[in-house]
Unconditional design. Structure first.
Lengths: 414, 199
């Protein structure tokens, strides 16, 4: 048996380790465009803020491939997947390697996601970054030393972490948010406003409702023109407008693609023997009950593991993905999970409690008797319990208001 | 291998386990000096309250596979095979709270700790007192528990005891009586009082 895994992110790594655990004989080839040893992508913002050195990003040793007898093909991008001939073709011959095409019996596409590009004039100027991988952050670090002010586009998670990191580095940071408050995909308005308040209190400049139309500068960026006609001066720009699955090599006539690659409960695509996992895969969202791409680390871990098991011959079903996130901003903790903005209908019930003085907020979204979403600001230690309830779709039999109490624990559900 | 078994129905909510746990994880190991230590030692076991005011000792279950371990970004959570214990490496921990989002029991807390670098906030949870166990002692929470809500026994022993309890419901001779049979009554009284208050 010959396994090929496209992508050496966490989904690919988990799949490779799982396959190797169950099958010590077969050949495994991993093709990835990043050349250093496997690292933890969500932690790159910690490097930016100076909390950890870049070496600490590694989550597997340098001997990872050797130890698991995996043939690494690194620094290469896949140009084509030939479904009929069961081959993967790469752009050029790898160092020391002879071939540019690799045949497979089972293939995993774990190519991840790329930063969502924006449309504006002057994007070719220097010091404009998409913060996506390790190398992006290392480049940003070089610029940081000379920069005094920065502009962050997007109030999503990436924009957010970039802004936080640069503020910690002492830069004057302005954040441009199209919607009315930060993290609008993850949190609702009350929580968003608490976050905004906390950020502003620590010196972040926030501009709401505007977008960049063009960048100006002579080689290096020096400012941005906004849609409302105003100009913001800045020495560097970070674009954090979310991510899109990397689908460029997927043959759409053979493999069904929506926003991501459509998979079944065994993480198998519409083409038998070809699987997908991680940020590139699309499967039912447990809370939303509709196909969804949840491009988050914990789902990539789960999907990689399960894809590996299914590829190695053990049939294991995947229940579905669940959007969730946790972030710490200065002294504030925010955790969200599942459906945060429910439809306004009789099936959905929302209960919430806010205490602005203590910066506390908790919101629970129910669909009939099951919990389908939550937002918590501070006191997040029982958050995993809520996530587990959403994930398992356990019917709630106790008075729902009890779950808003900070002393709520799982004994109350027994 | 002996493990801590939690019997929530027997907890009276005295919280002595919390004090014992914090003391066991202090620098001095003595209660009276531990309360003066900086950082203040904190418990890894948390006595919560049920819907009717019953006590509920909540501690890490050392799941296998452990969801926190899979969710940990820097790979700071690992399993100590000798004691079958899920551990957190405070040097590697980045205090991202990913484990809080993964733990279905809600037992992980974040604070400074004597086992972590100075001034660093890290994820902290039960370590099954492996330091004490290595010295031949039993976990501090079990040692101090007066109502047998926490016991330290092998799974076979625990299973046997449960089997006997079930057997007793059909045959009075099937085993000795429970150590403290009054808990059902106590919890029923608490529940009734609570309902009366609510009406």
């Amino acid at each position: 048996m010959n396994y090929i895994i496209i992508g050496n992110g966490i989904a690919g790594i988990q799949a490779a380790e799982t396959i190797r655990q169950m099958d010590s004989e077969s050949g495994i080839t991993m093709i990835g465009d990043e050349t250093f040893s496997p690292y933890c992508r969500p932690m790159i913002s910690l490097v930016l803020e100076g909390a950890i050195p870049p070496e600490k990003l590694a989550i597997r040793g340098e001997d990872f491939y050797e130890k698991l007898h995996i043939e690494p093909v690194l620094g290469n991008r896949v140009t084509n997947i030939d479904v009929a001939d069961r081959q993967v073709i790469i752009d050029h011959r790898p160092k020391g390697g002879r071939k540019t095409c690799f045949s497979f019996d089972k293939l995993l596409i774990a190519s991840g996601a790329d930063a969502r590009p924006i449309k504006a004039e002057g994007l070719n100027l220097k010091n404009i970054f998409y913060m996506r991988g390790r190398s992006d952050v290392l480049e940003m670090m070089e610029t940081l030393a000379k920069a005094k002010s920065a502009l962050v586009l997007g109030g999503g998670l990436v924009g957010f972490k970039a802004a936080y990191g640069m503020m910690k580095r002492g830069l004057e940071v302005t954040m441009l948010i199209k919607s009315g408050y930060p993290l609008s995909m993850q949190v609702d308005e009350p929580a968003g406003n608490l976050i905004l308040k906390e950020l502003v209190r620590h010196g972040l400049n926030v501009r709401v409702g505007a977008e960049v139309s063009s960048f100006e500068g002579d080689r290096h960026v020096t400012g941005a023109h906004l849609s409302d006609g105003s100009v913001i001066r800045c020495d560097m720009v970070v674009i954090g407008k979310g991510v899109l699955p990397s689908l460029s090599v997927v043959p759409r006539d053979r493999i069904k693609v929506d926003l991501g690659i459509m998979v079944d409960e065994h993480l198998e695509t519409t083409s038998p023997g070809i699987y997908a996992a991680g940020d590139v895969a699309e499967y039912v969202d447990i809370a939303r009950k509709t196909p969804w791409v949840n491009a988050i680390w914990p789902e990539a871990v789960n999907q990689g593991k399960l894809a590996g098991m299914n590829m190695a011959g053990r049939s294991v079903a995947y229940k579905g993905s669940l959007s969730r996130n946790v972030i710490r901003i200065f002294d504030m903790d925010v955790m969200t999970c599942g459906l945060v903005h429910p439809q306004d209908d009789s099936d959905h019930q929302v209960i919430s409690e806010i205490n602005p003085r203590k910066n506390l907020y908790r919101k629970l979204v129910f669909k009939n008797d099951t919990l389908v979403g939550m937002v918590m600001v501070n006191q997040i230690d029982q958050g995993g319990l809520f996530a587990a309830l959403i994930q398992s779709e356990t019917p709630i039999r106790i008075p729902k208001e009890a779950m808003l109490s900070p002393v709520f624990n799982y004994k109350q559900l027994l | 291998m002996k493990k801590v078994v939690v019997h929530p129905e027997r907890c009276v909510g005295c919280m002595q386990c919390m004090v014992a746990c914090a003391t066991a994880h202090s620098r001095s190991g003595e209660l009276f000096s531990a309360i003066c230590e900086i950082p203040l030692p904190k418990p890894r076991i948390h006595v919560g309250v049920g819907l009717y005011g019953e006590g509920f000792p909540n501690r890490c279950r050392h799941c296998d596979p452990a969801p926190c371990m899979l969710a940990c970004l820097p790979g700071a959570i690992y399993r100590n095979a000798d004691f079958d214990t899920v551990m957190i490496d405070p040097d590697k921990c980045i205090n991202c709270a990913s484990c809080a989002m993964a733990c279905p029991f809600g037992v992980i807390r974040y604070h400074e700790d004597i086992f972590a670098p100075m001034k660093k906030v890290v994820a902290v949870k039960c370590d099954n007192c492996i330091g004490r166990q290595a010295k031949g002692l039993i976990p501090a929470c079990v040692e101090v528990c007066k109502s047998n809500a926490l016991t330290f026994e092998t799974s076979a022993e625990a299973l046997k005891r449960k089997t006997n309890e079930v057997a007793r419901t059909v045959s009075a001779e099937a085993g000795i009586t429970a150590a403290a049979p009054g808990f059902n009554l106590l919890n029923a009284i608490k529940k009734t009082q609570n309902q009366l208050k609510a009406n």
